[in-house]
Write a protein that binds this ligand. Structure first.
Ligand code: GAP
Length: 509
């Protein structure tokens, strides 16, 4: 990872700019002005994203004996979403501003009374930010000044709009206009995208784009049990797109309307020590995040308070990541009891039980669910890896280099092959031979354009861990060695082809 000193103050801006400049991420439909909450991944981004997925799939499914994978359809029978509770309850509280036509999530719209000399003289509001309390305090001071009210101002009390009483809706100012009177009462807004299946577009053809991949695992539970030699405890995993009509998509790819999830449902015996299994999975997820390059210093845990859990949930712990815009949820690990399978058994009339050989009784398994977003991991690795450093070039001149210190496991390009000169066939032939051999197994780039220092900088920005230069020593001296340049230390050493393959095998897995 990069040290905090090497990161600019406006880290998020720098990352968004690099992502666009180097083809990691583009706005969706950019030529039409973009489409809020949707993104495209460019050539480097698609490689990085694929690597995140592959690492997870390999570690979660292929390298474990107790997890199998599936891929279910994005549009499922609408009854799935009735049984799961999403039709009735997958909502966010929505507040409209009647003047600006802006829409807010009530739990992200904060307010405070302005209290002067012990009396409430008005209200201020602010949208959730890294410093909501500070913004409210500044707004309260401005309010007092504008109204020329004398007396000591009390510190603000930060509350969100769901905590406002009906009488206050008309008194809290809209963040868009700064004036009260235009905010509506919060109402439940269902986040599922609706579509129609088939030629009819009446109520009977309504279907939904899935808002999570998890239900696929529950609905196919029996199919997997009946066709595979799986025994409790075991997991079913899936990677795929999910869709949520988020009221306020924001923070780049952190909260978008189309995103990708990697979820695993780990089924356990109803009498199993669920808390122990839950803790094992939380630790597994933390270790996995470190294995793809996220620093321990940026990770923390948040346990959902018991009173805020759904009635069926036994416990949820989120692994939080320190993003530039604050500490936010990266990976949720929930103990969901037998809720989902029981719901589907009732709604479909098809029992979702397994047989216990020991007790000779049938029961509905319980589940532990680690659920994470690919895009959030993507943003986290960019955040942790981005650095701007002052370095000295070969001629002794100081220059700035932008570098992405990505783990070799997820880096889009693993090695760049650089012939020292592009017009010397002895060099380019050897470089191309190495390139052809490497690209059978690894994502590699051949780059012969410009001074070698410039080519290093290009690869630094793309997060390429190693550059290999084919020079005259490669051809003329015994040993057929190349210069290997390390992205992070910028140190160079000579290595052979066999050593290069060994290095890659050790770090890219
Ligand atoms: N099946 C449980 C479930 O979907 P969730 O907490 O709603 O739980 C799991 O989502 C993970 O999916 C989150 O921790 C986050 O990483 C990712 N995620 C959720 N909503 C997202 C969004 N709008 N944009 C990007 N990622 C999102």
């Amino acid at each position: 990872m990069s040290t905090p000193e090497a990161q600019p103050e406006n880290l998020m801006e720098a990352i968004v700019s690099l992502a666009k400049r180097r083809g990691f991420i583009f706005q969706s439909s950019e030529i039409y002005g973009g489409f809020n909450g949707f993104f495209d991944y460019g050539p480097l981004g698609v490689e990085l994203k694929k690597n995140i997925r592959d690492c997870w799939w390999n570690d979660m499914v292929r390298r474990r004996d107790d997890v199998v994978g599936i891929e279910t359809s994005i549009i499922m029978h609408p009854k799935v979403w009735e049984a799961s509770g999403h039709v009735a309850g997958f909502t966010d509280p929505l507040v409209d501003c009647k003047v600006s036509k802006n829409r807010y999530r009530a739990d992200q719209l904060f307010w405070s009374p302005v209290v002067v000399d012990g009396n409430v003289v008005g209200y201020v509001s602010a949208l959730e930010s890294e410093n909501t309390a500070g913004e409210l305090q500044t707004a309260a001071e401005a309010f007092k000044r504008k109204k020329a009210i004398q007396g000591p101002l009390a510190p603000v009390v930060v509350k969100d709009f769901t905590e406002a009483t009906e009488a206050l809706y008309a008194l809290i100012p809209s963040p868009a206009t700064g004036e009260p009177g235009s905010l509506t009462a919060p109402r439940a807004f269902n986040m599922m995208f609706q579509t129609n299946v088939g030629a009819m577009t009446d109520g009977s053809s309504i279907a939904y784009l899935r808002p999570e991949t998890a239900q696929g695992m529950f609905v196919d539970f029996k199919n997997v049990v009946d066709t595979n030699r799986v025994k409790l405890p075991f997991g079913i995993a899936q990677i795929g797109k999910s869709f949520r009509n988020e009221i306020t998509p924001r923070n780049f790819i952190f909260r978008s309307r189309e995103f990708e999830q990697m979820e695993m449902e780990y089924f356990i015996h109803e009498d199993a020590d669920w808390a122990k299994v839950h803790e094992e999975w939380i630790s597994w997820c933390e270790a996995w995040l470190k294995s793809v390059g996220l620093p321990e210093s940026h990770l923390s845990r948040y346990s959902h308070p018991k009173e805020k859990l759904a009635f069926y949930s036994r416990g949820t712990v989120d692994i939080m990541f320190k993003y530039p815009f604050g500490v936010q949820e990266l990976w949720g690990i929930a103990a969901r009891g037998s809720y989902d399978l029981t719901q589907h058994a009732q709604a479909s009339g098809k029992p979702q039980e397994v047989f216990d050989e020991a007790t000779k009784k049938k029961f509905v398994p319980h589940v532990i669910e680690p659920a994470v977003g690919v895009d959030r991991i993507f943003l986290a690795v960019l955040t942790a890896g981005y650095a701007e450093e002052e370095v000295t070039d070969e001629k002794g001149n100081k220059e700035k280099r932008t570098v992405l210190r990505l783990s070799p496991r997820v880096a889009p390009v693993k090695v760049a092959i650089l012939p020292l000169l592009k017009n010397k066939e002895v060099l380019t032939n050897r470089a191309k031979a190495l390139y052809t051999k490497l690209k059978r197994n690894y994502a590699v780039q051949y780059d012969d354009g410009g001074a070698i220092g410039k080519r290093y900088r290009r690869q630094d920005e793309a997060g390429t861990p190693w550059c290999v230069t084919i020079d005259f020593d490669t051809i003329e001296k015994p040993g057929d060695t190349f210069t290997l340049r390390d992205r992070d230390t910028m140190q160079q050493k000579r290595i052979t082809e066999a050593e290069l393959f060994a290095l890659l095998a050790e770090h890219v897995y």
